[in-house]
Design a protein around this ligand. Structure first.
Ligand SMILES: Nc1ncnc2c1ncn2[C@@H]1O[C@H](COP(=O)(O)OP(=O)(O)OP(=O)(O)O)[C@@H](O)[C@H]1O
Length: 880
């Protein structure tokens, strides 16, 4: 319990002149000028440093009896023991000044009052214990024991200094106490000095311990006990040895007495100036034992006794100086409450709760620094956790890319193998659509294609013809290859086909019939074969040839580029026309669009099943395996794509199988063209079939872009809407949006994009309801948004991010702001939103700046798993 600071109660008692002094006529040097003032009556030398008057808490004149001294100078302090407060009463003064005389009286009065208090408080149970010791020649002796063996002092962590084996008698009653006091008096070292015939040669400490508890709580386990002790200390004389004419034993006693008193003086002086520095309690037995009473947990009263004699003026002044110091000493007495086990548990629980509360709500200054340190550490941990999370996400992304890369490599290996097989077959005799996945194109594939281009440029030779008797064998083999590779390269394989449309158109003029026939041959089911048989037996071959030629011409018109200055179709003769067309397509875009990875690029983010219908045609298994790999709607597709009006072409039948050229012939590429021609040539063809294959064959779509004015804005808006509906890659959207800005040369690209998206859109709902590819597409889109979300930290500083958040209406105080933003981009189709989305995504993707990105990027692969030897997009490094 917290105590109150108070100063030592210091009083001075001036004893009467004794017989010796009176006999010498020595006395009356001092006068009690008031209850607190002592005045020196003698002459003070001019240069003397000591004052004439002294003020203390109480000054007792020679006329005051010990009762008054007790009442006014000790009682309050002494009786504190009944309240659980330690207390000490000292008597300090030179020999024969009346210390023992005073302390005996004070002790007796205190004991009497204590017992009187006990008698007045029957509700409490008191236990009184008494012990007594003396310190003689710096040895502690038990005054209640006949054994004069010095006692050791021990340091107890709770009690402080304790005297080992000191007898402590539990008082039965007041009479018992008086008996013990008598024993102490008898045991105390007494000797005769020149000043005192019965001089106390030791420091005596009588200790009464009072323990009290409320009777009503006794035995319940929750009672509180007050425990304190009061010391009555009768010090040995503080005089100098010379003044007592000491010699021999007395001189030795004097030196020890003075040692303890000297230390006591040091301690008092030290304490009087505050608690700064070292307090030499341990320098003497006296100060060690009384340490708690000297500026500690005790109330203290010092009664300084002095002789009025002139001959003792110097000692009297020393006593007064000691008193002056003592009155400045501050003590901090506390109530000593001893808790029962149960009460102790309760108390400890309260303390624990208090400490926990301080930790939770650090309000005090002592806790604030710890709380700040904890907060700082928490923030550091949080940052590290975020960094770790981002690193883990990056790791997952890289791992995913690696797996995709491995998959592509595996596909490449497989497709290379197929390609080699196919090339072998092609070179040998036949010309069949190449169904090798573009997605899995290896560098050798690209080289092969380049070679093919070159070969075509240099050798626009007459179209080869295939022997009809090998057709179905080749189809079967091709389909086997396709089925085998389907699972590995399904996406790219299908996606490439659309772009092959563009490729194929270059050759349309010179080999439209072969290509057309090749597609016919890819429909191996019974109905198709019947149809083919029919066409082969058709006698109107010329008519059919014209029809096919017209189809090819339309296709060429669709992709013709008349804006390129290098293209001079008028200069081309008939044989050179394919070459000229090819040049047109190539030179107009500075790249062989047909050769690009554009198909994969654009379609990598588009689920492969968007093309399932068409793939089912190209991948239709041979008749014997049809049940294993049933096409989804082979009959409808077949009817749509290969109407009975399509007749066999003897040229096709007689194809010789130019491998390079045949590799350009793609089943899918022709599908659209054939559809166009079919639409035009066979007006009776049911519209139903067209819709069922998921292609919009409306005139607006099928019209060649070169044949109608180029309304860029309108087309752009339509494409943006389609992007949104088809959940197209936001990177693709961004690239496309930034690359194509309305140049005339952009026309064809936008037309292709528009048609592609229209086709995808219809594929989404080809079965009357959104198919599973929508979910796949959305999943990939979400993945892209996640990448954007992560890139924001790298590409944008805090200010830029906050500016963006504000611009996009994201509350700066909300959580997951970057995530919110990533989920917002490209979610609307208004131009302002589109521009901002494109700007943001381009910022996240390096090197994506208008003008810098060449337009061939339209055809590049925006996916993350491209082979290293291709120019590809990378989130971390732009294009590599
Ligand atoms: N106030 C007093 N009134 C009457 N007599 C007193 C008073 N004070 C002391 N005396 C007497 O003076 C004598 C010495 O007193 P006392 O023994 O108490 O001195 P002391 O300071 O204890 O000396 P020492 O240090 O040598 O023990 C005693 O005979 C005592 O009766």
């Amino acid at each position: 319990m917290a105590g109150d600071e108070e100063r030592i109660l210091v009083s001075v008692r001036l004893r009467p002149v004794n017989a010796r002094e009176a006999e010498r006529g020595d006395g009356d040097e001092w006068e009690c000028a008031g209850p607190t003032t002592l005045k020196f009556l003698g002459n003070i030398p001019e240069r003397a440093m000591f004052p004439a008057t002294y003020t203390y808490d109480r000054v007792f004149s020679p006329e005051c009896d010990t009762r008054q001294v007790y009442e006014e100078g000790a009682k309050e302090v002494a009786l504190s023991v009944l309240s659980g407060i330690n207390s000490s009463i000292f008597a300090y003064g030179q020999t024969s000044s009346g210390k023992t005389y005073t302390m005996v009286g004070v002790t007796e009065h205190s004991m009497a009052e204590i017992y009187g208090y006990i008698d007045q408080h029957p509700e409490r149970e008191f236990i009184l214990k008494f012990s007594a010791m003396e310190i003689y020649n710096e040895a502690v002796r038990d005054l209640l024991s006949s054994d004069a063996t010095p006692l050791r002092l021990l340091d107890d962590p709770e009690k402080g200094t304790v005297v080992e084996k000191l007898t402590e008698e539990t008082l039965r009653d007041k009479g018992h106490l008086l008996e013990l006091l008598a024993v102490c008096e008898a045991q105390r070292q007494i000797g005769e000095t020149a000043l005192n015939e019965t001089s106390s040669r030791s420091h005596q400490i009588l200790r009464l311990t009072v323990e009290s508890s409320a009777r009503q709580f006794l035995g319940r386990g929750n009672s509180n006990t007050l425990l304190a002790c009061v010391n009555f200390v009768d010090l040995a004389g503080s005089e100098r040895a010379s003044q007592t004419a000491a010699s021999g034993m007395r001189l030795k006693e004097g030196s020890h007495i003075n040692k303890s008193l000297l230390t006591l003086g040091k301690v008092i002086r030290q304490l009087s100036g505050g608690r700064n520095g070292h307090i030499p309690y341990r320098d003497s037995k006296l100060t060690r034992i009384l340490q708690s009473s000297l500026g500690g947990n005790a109330r203290t009263a010092i009664i300084c006794t002095m002789s009025p004699a002139h001959c003792h003026v110097e000692q009297s002044r020393n006593t007064l100086l000691f008193a002056n110091c003592a009155k400045n000493v501050v003590t901090n007495a506390q109530v000593n409450l001893v808790l029962s086990d149960k009460a102790l548990v309760k108390h400890l629980q309260r303390e624990l709760a208090k400490l926990e509360n301080e930790l939770k709500f650090p309000g005090s200054a002592s806790c604030s620094s710890h709380a700040e340190a904890l907060k700082e550490k928490d923030e550091q941990i949080k940052k590290l956790e975020e960094q770790l999370k981002e690193l883990m996400e990056e790791k997952d992304t890289v791992q995913s890319q690696l797996e995709n890369f491995r998959k592509v490599a595996s596909d490449d290996h497989l497709n290379d193998h197929k390609a080699r097989r196919w090339d072998a077959h092609s070179r040998s005799s036949e010309s069949l659509p190449r169904n090798v996945s573009e997605d899995a194109l290896s560098s050798s594939d690209i080289n092969d294609l380049s070679y093919q281009d070159q070969a075509m440029d240099e050798q626009p030779a007459p179209l080869p013809r295939r022997p009809s008797n090998h057709v179905f064998d080749r189809i079967t083999e091709c389909q086997e290859n396709i089925v085998a590779s389907q699972s590995a390269s399904e996406v790219s394989e299908e996606h490439c086909k659309e772009v092959r449309c563009i490729e194929t158109n270059e050759l349309r003029r010179r080999r439209s019939q072969e290509a057309f026939h090749a597609h016919q041959l890819e429909i191996p089911d019974k109905e198709t074969r019947t149809m083919m048989d029919h066409t082969e037996t058709c006698t109107d071959e010329e008519k059919h040839g014209e029809s096919v030629t017209k189809t090819a011409e339309n296709a060429i018109e669709l992709y013709a580029c008349d804006s390129d200055p290098s293209f001079d179709i008028e200069k081309s003769n008939t044989e050179d026309e394919p070459l000229a067309l090819k040049r047109c397509v190539v030179s107009s875009r500075d790249i062989v669009l047909a050769r690009s990875q554009s198909c994969k690029a654009s379609f990598m983010v588009i689920p492969n099943s968007w093309f399932d219908d068409l793939v089912s045609v190209s991948m239709t298994p041979p008749p014997g395996e049809f049940s294993k790999h049933p096409p989804r709607r082979p009959e409808k597709v077949k009817k749509s794509l290969f109407p009975e009006s399509v007749a066999s072409d003897p040229i096709t039948d007689n194809s010789t199988g130019n491998a390079e050229e045949e590799s350009f012939v793609n089943d899918m590429s022709c599908v659209t063209e054939v559809k166009e021609q079919t639409e035009k040539n066979d007006a009776t063809q049911p519209k139903e079939n067209q819709v069922q294959v998921g292609i919009d064959l409306s005139p607006s779509i099928m019209e060649s872009p070169s044949q109608r004015p180029f309304d860029f804005r309108k087309k752009q808006r339509e494409i943006i809407e389609l992007w949104h509906e088809c959940h197209v890659s936001i990177v693709h959207r961004t690239y496309f949006f930034l690359l194509f800005n309305g140049d005339q040369t952009d026309h064809i690209y936008m037309e292709v994009e528009h048609r592609r998206l229209s086709f995808i859109k219809h594929s989404f709902i080809a079965d009357g309801e959104p198919n599973a590819t929508v979910a796949t597409s959305l999943k990939r889109l979400r993945h892209e948004r996640d990448m954007v979300y992560r890139q924001m930290v790298r590409r944008l500083n805090l200010a830029e991010r906050e500016s963006l958040f504000s611009k996009w209406g994201i509350n700066l105080s909300s959580k997951q702001r970057r995530l919110q933003l990533s989920r917002l981009i490209w979610t609307r189709t208004d131009m302002e939103h589109v521009r901002e989305s494109a700007a943001l995504v381009s910022k996240m993707v390096e090197h994506l700046e208008r003008g810098q990105a060449i337009k061939e990027m339209f055809g590049l692969n925006f996916s993350f798993n491209l082979r290293a030897d291709r120019k590809s997009f990378s989130w971390t490094g732009g294009y590599s």
